[in-house]
Write a protein that binds this ligand. Structure first.
Ligand code: FCA
Length: 327
């Protein structure tokens, strides 16, 4: 009996030792399309927390174009990584990314932007965590409608800038969600103007929005929607350059990372009225943990997880961030 107990104990010790040695061998990549964007930095930050907690190595790579994505995946393969999480610069690269991952024997999951097939349909085999884009867009639209009413504006006199990036399905769902609420509340369709951005950053949105404002110089009150805070900030900066006062602009973004926070921290309110705060903790920490569980314990992640958001304004964002555990 004593012998058996000793054997069991020894076995337990051996198993523990094997697990921790294995955790140290786990290497997971986290590839993002725009490493300079605060949202992606936050995702990395929370992925790092998971790596520390579980004792695996996290390799963070910025890949702004298809070529960089390909070499990032090869690089991870050469380094002996077992899997990666990716927010790709172009969802149409989907089949190519999957082939590259397979060639390097890497498990993969996507975050934020879901890969599509050649026909534009979502690739459902690859585990994905994204935001509930339509619902979050609707929250944007509702807060704009509420504020329009509060300010007593006549919707017929208001223009809406639709900062668009229509090659990305989640971007379409977000802006269409917002605009559907505006239209349902009587916002005239003819007053909605498309501002297609070449890239999903503030500068591209500023350029696109300036064109809209110059073409419609007769409209003096504006609202703006876009796929993220950067898009809406671009529209806000554009209104400032053409001399539209901050209280004649209602821009509501999506994100809630530093781009929005820095705007809320300004001593006086700008046209950036609010944002729907989404969770970099879920998208960074949880995806990294999911990948770790897959690599280390063979537990496959859910095929599709859609996360929620919460509207925040200048005077409520701190409380909302606290609530979401992302201070
Ligand atoms: C997309 C956007 C990012 C962020 C993310 C959740 O990737 O480009 O700004 O909103 O979805």
């Amino acid at each position: 009996m004593r012998f058996f107990k000793a054997a069991i104990l020894a076995g337990t010790v051996a198993v523990f030792a094997a697990t921790s040695a294995f955790a140290a061998d786990v290497k997971i990549g986290f590839i993002v399309k725009q490493p300079e964007e605060p949202w992606f930095q936050d995702e990395w930050k929370f992925a790092d927390v998971a790596a520390k907690e579980k004792g695996f190595t996290l390799v963070k790579i910025g890949a702004e174009d298809g070529e960089k994505v390909q070499s990032a995946i090869d690089n991870l393969g050469a380094q002996g990584a077992q899997g990666f999480i990716i927010c790709t610069p172009d969802v149409k690269l989907g089949p190519g990314i999957i082939a590259k991952a397979a060639a390097n024997d890497l498990k993969m999951m996507t975050v934020d932007d879901r890969l599509v097939n050649a026909d534009g349909s979502p690739i459902e085999d690859v585990p994905h965590m994204g935001i509930s884009a339509t619902k979050i867009g609707e929250a944007v639209g509702q807060s704009i409608v509420d504020e329009i009413k509060k300010r007593g504006w006549d919707m017929k006199e208001v223009g809406a800038i639709r900062v668009s990036y229509d090659q990305l399905p989640t971007a379409v769902d977000r802006v269409e969600g917002a605009l559907s609420v505006l239209k349902a509340n009587g916002f005239p369709e003819a007053n909605i103007f498309d501002a297609p951005q070449a890239k999903t950053d503030t500068e591209a949105a500023l350029n696109a929005s300036t064109v809209v404002l110059n073409k419609n110089a007769g409209i003096k009150k504006w609202v703006a929607v876009g796929l993220n805070d950067e898009a809406v900030l671009g529209a806000v900066r554009a209104t400032e350059t053409v001399g539209i006062a901050p209280d004649s602009m209602i821009g509501v973004g999506i994100g809630g990372a530093d781009s929005a926070i820095n705007e809320f921290k300004k001593p006086t309110a700008t046209g950036f009225f609010g944002t729907v705060i989404i969770s970099p903790k879920r998208h960074g920490y949880e995806t990294a943990l999911n990948m770790y569980e897959w690599v280390a314990n063979g537990k496959e992640p859910e095929k599709l997880t859609l996360t929620a958001g919460q509207i925040a304004l200048r005077d409520t964002y701190e409380a909302v961030r606290k609530d979401l555990g992302i201070e």
